[in-house]
Ligand binder design. Sequence first.
Ligand code: T5A
Ligand code: NA
Length: 214
Amino acid sequence: MATKRGKLIVFEGLDRSGKSTQCARLVEYLRQNGSTDVKHLRFPDRTTPIGQMINNYLAGSSQQEDHVIHLLFSANRWELAQTIESAIAGGTTVVVDRYYYSGCVYSAAKQNPSLDLAWCRHPEIGLPRPDICLFLDINAEDAANRGGYGNERYEKQDMQDRVRGLFGEMRIHEDEKDDIVVIDAGKDIETVEKCVQEAVRVAIERVDSGDRPL
Ligand code: T5A
Ligand code: NA
């Protein structure tokens, strides 16, 4: 029997919505209960030279023109595109903390007139398409009340409010609406975790039944 391809599972949401927490829990769960290898990635990947430029920008220790930082975030994904594709083709499931949805909406939320959502999408087109995007939905105020908020560049309430609105408009593919599952991230960690597991189970079944080829 041919090996099943791996799945691409993406977490999205505002800063402090619980992505890293849920990502780690899902990776652990799939490693214990799934039948495939699991690879855990996050964007920005701050370990590459491009990722270090992004890190300095987010920390406020360097400046970048709006289009330039947008393209660096995108390039940081393209650096790993081949790795993601090979993993999936080889049967490994890839779980990613932020992806091109963040890439587009954070840039568009800056309200630079020549950097709208349509412009922001272009460099992302052609990246591996997620089988499911789990959008951890929380309002900016509740997110702000969680630990450690306020140290990085985009962690400001008005920016986060615009980002949340733009997530709803975000599409790379025409039929992408079905890729996105909204999860109420204001609930406790275990409740959110259960919702995530159920949504992922449904998505995996959809792909394996041939309903959703890559
Ligand atoms: N960005 C990113 C772009 O502009 N363009 C791009 O292309 C990309 C990829 C950095 C910034 O870069 C921007 C977006 C961001 O502004 P990041 O490194 O992912 O992106 O940084 P954050 O999203 O800010 O990561 P955080 O770690 O801050 O947030 P998480 O991962 O959403 O939240 P998490 O899991 O670390 O949890 C935060 C706190 O809340 C608690 C946790 O214990 C932790 O203390 N928590 C909960 N508390 C109560 N109830 C729950 N259900 C909880 N879940 C977690
Ligand atoms: Na995070």
